[in-house]
Design a binder for this molecule. Structure first.
Ligand SMILES: Nc1ncnc2c1ncn2[C@@H]1O[C@H](COP(=O)(O)OP(=O)(O)O)[C@@H](O)[C@H]1O
Ligand SMILES: [Mg+2]
Length: 129
C-alpha cells in the first residue's frame, strides 16, 4: 500500500504524521519504507538521526525527486507499506505520487488560508484519478 502525504501548505504536520505512522507500523512488525520526496529532507534527517541513535525498530528511508511514479511502482513490489512525504506545495512529486498512491493524506490546519488551498488540491486529485 502506498500512502502519500501532501498539501499546498508547509507546517501542517505531514512529515510528523508520516514518521509517526512509520514507527507505529514498524512496531507492529509491518514491512515499511519511507520515501522522502521533499527537498527540505525533514524525513531523511529524522530517519538518519534515528539510525545514528540506533533506535529500534529500524526504519529504512529513501529519497527521490521529480517523477516518482516509476519508483513507487517498483518499490510497491518489495514493501507492504510505502509512506511517501512531499513538500508543502504543488510539485511534480505530489502530482506523480497521486498517480500511484492508494491513500492520500493531507493534514489541514484550522485556518481560512489553509482551507482555501483545498480547492486546488481537489483539482490535482481529480486529475490523477
Ligand atoms: N499534531 C500536531 N500538534 C502540534 N504540533 C504539531 C503536530 N504535528 C506537527 N506539529 C509540529 O508542527 C511543525 C510542522 O510539522 P511538520 O510535520 O514538519 O509539517 P509539514 O511536513 O507539513 O511541513 C513541527 O514543529 C511539528 O513538530
Ligand atoms: Mg514536511
Amino acid at each position: 500500500m502506498i500512502i502519500l502525504f501532501g498539501s499546498q501548505k508547509g507546517g501542517v504536520g505531514k512529515s510528523t504524521l508520516c514518521s509517526n505512522l512509520a514507527v507505529f507500523l514498524a512496531k507492529e512488525k509491518k514491512d515499511v519504507l519511507l520515501l522522502d520526496c521533499d527537498s527540505q529532507a525533514t524525513l531523511s534527517r529524522w530517519a538518519s538521526d534515528r539510525e545514528g541513535f540506533e533506535i529500534q525498530p529500524p526504519i529504512e528511508c529513501l529519497k527521490k525527486s521529480g517523477n516518482i511514479a516509476p519508483t513507487l511502482e517498483a518499490l510497491k513490489k518489495k514493501y507492504r507499506y510505502i509512506l511517501c512525504d512531499t513538500a508543502g506545495r504543488d510539485s511534480q512529486e505530489l502530482r506523480t505520487g497521486l498517480l500511484r498512491s492508494d491513500v492520500f493524506i493531507t493534514p489541514v490546519r484550522p485556518s481560512q488560508a489553509d482551507l482555501d488551498t483545498l480547492f486546488h488540491l481537489e483539482e490535482m486529485v481529480e486529475e490523477a484519478l
